[in-house]
Design a protein around this ligand. Structure first.
Ligand code: SAH
Ligand code: SF4
Ligand code: F3S
Length: 437
């Protein structure tokens, strides 16, 4: 029996792709390997979104020569966004690589690997970037109670900094009947939470020839799989997150009260240069509406500091926006120029140390806000779905509220995959402490 070791970089969509690829390989008789060194098949599913993500993979590639020398029969493959982006360059860079497989070709991985094992000739598969979604769930998932479900792939926006449209292709939605069937199957198997994934879940349904939009899909899942207690989704684009979505979040009991709405910058001048297709005024109107309709909802965001042309004043506008909106959490990044993106034409004029300073400043502002917001929950009761034991302490369990707040609580009973009422007794910026009620 052959063994496979697959490591994933990047977003949750990549995690889900990896799960499906592994499932298909297991179905063909592969078993999991304990380490890259002992694997017959070594795969890296890669991310291109920032230079740092790519450097981590390039770092791993430094070992390929050794690995192959020790086990000449091993097959090494690069999958996903970097494969799509760099294609055949990988073979020139590292002749030990046998397979380069882009995001749209992942369904071919098992066949390609078998062909390579047979004739030892390298294979390049990057020609299905915009092809209809073809990954077939082989029924294997990392977890037995929580599941990721890709509902759409690709992106039709063209934010000037972003490489995703070029590594993931145009937007394509999966038929609602297929998604419903997948969720019903999970419900039957006792799953409690599903996370609906897409680069832009709000444009779900575009070009599908169905009436179902994203809010409609949420309602459909609520009706068809009422046993799934929690439905989450990510990511929403501010341009098309509106009342219909917020109303669905209010009215559908399973849909969790958490909205991740990346703002990217607090300056209209920078948003224009980013081609984000929304202004700060629009963003504020949307979240006001969200908070009115979903009063107990949490709000998280992404932002980039040091985008080309970002002045000190632009950056201060971002700080002021953060102070005004008071996000529950934020993923903050320094701008990283990406090959082939429109922003490359703009001078990357914020020096790296200044980008780092702005990042640290915004992180500190956000940390204080998150701490303050979490502290305001002390004394309240929350519903927690527990994931499992805390890595640090045996008798403590970690879970999430519906708002996606991380909670730690002590218990002598195994709380894995259980939902409990918890009273919040303490708070840090990223975690709540609680007691079972
Ligand atoms: N589709 C999602 C997220 C895409 S990538 C959306 O539109 O929100 C996730 C985050 O990475 C982005 O929200 C952005 O904040 C960040 N990001 C993307 N490209 C980047 C770049 N070139 N440099 C720094 N951060 C980037
Ligand atoms: Fe990238 Fe913008 Fe598309 Fe998000 S919406 S994936 S940031 S191009
Ligand atoms: Fe990275 Fe590709 Fe996801 S670039 S963020 S793995 S879509």
């Amino acid at each position: 029996m052959k063994s496979v070791y697959l490591q994933t970089f990047g977003c949750q969509m990549n995690e889900r792709d990896s799960e499906i690829v592994l499932g298909q390989l297991f179905r063909r008789g592969y078993r999991p390997a304990d380490s890259p060194e002992s694997a017959d098949l070594l795969l890296y599913n890669t991310c291109s979104v920032r230079d740092h993500a790519e450097q981590r993979v390039f770092g791993r590639m430094g070992h390929f020569k050794h690995l192959k020398a020790a086990r000449p029969g091993m097959v090494i493959g690069i999958l996903g966004c970097m494969a799509q982006e760099h294609g055949p360059d990988f073979f020139r860079r590292n002749p030990e690589i046998d397979l380069v497989c882009g995001t749209g070709n992942l369904a071919q991985v098992p066949d390609l690997v078998e062909a390579i094992a047979e004739d030892r000739a390298p294979r390049l598969a990057t020609d299905r970037l915009d092809a209809p979604y073809a990954l077939e769930d082989a029924g294997w998932r990392r977890e037995t109670w929580r599941a990721d479900i890709t509902i759409m792939v690709g992106c039709d926006h063209r934010c000037t900094y972003c490489i995703v449209p070029y590594t993931r292709g145009v937007e394509r939605s999966r038929a609602s009947a297929d998604i419903v069937a997948e969720v019903k199957d999970l419900e039957r198997r006792g799953y409690q939470e599903v996370m609906l994934l897409g680069q832009n879940v709000n444009s779900y349904g575009k070009g599908l020839g169905e009436d179902t939009d994203f809010a409609g899909l949420l309602a459909l899942l609520q009706r068809e799989a009422p046993g799934i207690g929690r439905i989450r989704f990510t990511t929403s684009h501010p341009k098309d997150a509106h009342t219909r979505l917020f109303t669905a979040m209010r009215d559908l009991p399973a849909v969790c009260e958490h909205l991740h709405l990346p703002v990217q910058s607090g300056s209209d001048h920078i948003l224009r240069r980013m081609k984000r297709e929304h202004t700060i005024g629009w963003y504020l109107e949307q979240i006001e509406e969200y908070r009115r309709l979903v009063p107990d909802g949490s709000l998280t965001t992404d932002a980039i500091v040091g985008f080309p042309g970002e002045t000190e004043e632009d950056f201060e506008e971002t700080v002021r926006l953060f102070e005004r909106v008071r996000f529950d959490a934020a993923y903050l990044f320094q701008y990283s120029p990406r090959p082939g993106t429109p922003a490359l034409k703009l001078a990357d004029d914020v020096p790296v140390p200044e980008k780092a300073r702005r990042l640290q400043r915004l992180l500190a502002v956000q940390r204080a806000i998150a701490l303050d917001r979490n502290r305001s929950l002390i004394g309240t009761e929350v519903e927690v779905l527990f994931e499992g034991r805390s890595r640090r302490a045996e008798d403590r369990y970690v879970g999430r509220t519906r708002q996606f707040k991380r909670v730690i609580a002590a218990s002598t009973e195994d709380l894995s995959a259980r939902t409990r009422r918890v009273r919040v007794t303490g708070a840090a910026d990223e975690t709540l402490l609680g007691e079972l009620i």
